[in-house]
Design a binder for this molecule. Structure first.
Ligand code: AMP
Ligand code: TRP
Length: 334
């Protein structure tokens, strides 16, 4: 039987430099999925402008994120790699879906609640409707699975609710997407405040490791990572700093908490931290080298995002047309 491969969609915003959290929680998991699924991976620049962006930085980071996708092992021949703003069906689909989404639903999104607290009155409407654009990203390809970190689960569930609502109101149109949370490394925490997630928008640079951080910076940041005064390497919620570093090692090497605990028994934190830094460096150095090469070959990158946009445009237009027809819009041509 000719069974359709399941479709996967995911994306990262070029709104800051990508962190080790993005790498472990997102990209590294995607790489494992590319053979089994029909994957689309997007650089979501439309999402990035929900907060202020410097045009020059946005341009540079958009290409860098694409280069990081490729350098981390996402093969352009196997996946559709593209830039969100190159595919107008995302914006248009988002408008249509906005009309099937309730204010109450959007107001309940924890990410919105957190961000609106931070920005107060000067928060953009885009930040409020952001999950609807994300729903459009997912639904315009009838994605089955959406690999994301835990923090994005609520948004994927909203996309599912909107899809179900549209299907019920008209007729089956959308596949109901499901979040796909990888079993390990789902959430990497802030190095300074290990009870909150590592984020590229954090002001204190010691809070995160960037994918592009040079080795000496990684060593310094890990040596400054907040731990505790217990002095035992133990995988415990009472020791969130230590647990986080252990989680980083586990997701990069596949080792277990028990193995790590045993290795550092009676040795305090110094060696443990040193080894954590070296593990990260060993993983990121080859990626960094490849990113730099790719960024020097703009023609190659352009070739990739153009081909990706063409494919994504073709797929998403088909679904957008379907929506328009069901809603009752008059087609410009039959
Ligand atoms: P963002 O940086 O918010 O655009 O997130 C892009 C992707 O990376 C999403 O799937 C997030 O869930 C994931 N991600 C971001 N930060 C982390 C983190 N600290 N730990 C795990 N996953 C993360
Ligand atoms: N909102 C997601 C984040 O901040 C990024 C994103 C946008 C996304 N569109 C998506 C993730 C579609 C998965 C699917 O992490």
């Amino acid at each position: 039987m000719d069974e359709r491969k399941k479709v996967i969609f995911s994306g990262i915003q070029p709104s800051g430099n990508l962190t080790l959290g993005n790498y472990i929680g997102a990209i590294k998991n995607w790489v494992k999925l590319q053979d089994e699924y029909d994957c689309l991976f997007c650089v979501v620049d439309l999402h990035a402008i929900t907060v202020k962006q410097e045009p020059k930085d946005l341009r540079q980071r958009t290409l860098e994120v694409l280069a990081i996708y490729i350098a981390s092992g996402l093969e352009p021949e196997k996946n559709t790699l593209f830039i969100q703003s190159h595919v107008p069906a995302h914006s248009e689909g988002a408008w249509l879906l906005n009309c099937f989404t309730y204010m109450g639903e959007l107001g309940r999104m924890t990410q919105f609640k957190d961000k609106s607290q931070k920005y107060g009155e000067s928060i953009s409407a885009g930040l409020f409707t952001y999950p609807v654009l994300m729903a459009a990203d997912i639904l315009m390809y009838n994605a089955d699975l959406v690999p994301v970190g835990k923090d994005q689960k609520q948004h994927v569930e909203l996309a599912r609710d909107i899809a179900a609502r549209f299907n019920n109101l008209y007729s089956p149109t959308f596949t109901l997407p499901e979040p796909y949370i990888a079993p390990t490394g789902a959430k990497i925490m802030d190095l300074q405040e290990p009870t909150k997630k590592m984020s590229k928008s954090e002001e204190n640079a010691n809070s995160y490791i960037l994918i592009m951080d040079p080795p000496e910076v990684i060593r310094k940041k890990i040596s400054r990572a907040v731990t505790d005064s217990l002095g035992v390497v133990k995988y415990s919620d009472e020791q969130p700093g230590v647990k986080n570093l252990m989680n980083i090692i586990i997701s990069l090497t596949g080792t277990t908490p028990e193995e790590i605990e045993k290795k550092y028994e009676g040795r305090g934190y110094a060696d443990f931290k040193k080894d954590t830094a070296e593990t990260i460096i060993a993983e990121l150095e080859p990626v960094q080298k490849r990113v730099k090469e790719l960024l020097e070959d703009k023609t190659y990158l352009e070739q990739i995002y153009k081909a990706g946009a063409e494919k994504a445009n073709y797929l998403s237009m088909k679904i957008l047309r379907k929506m328009q027809k069901k809603i009752g819009f008059i087609p410009v041509s039959k």
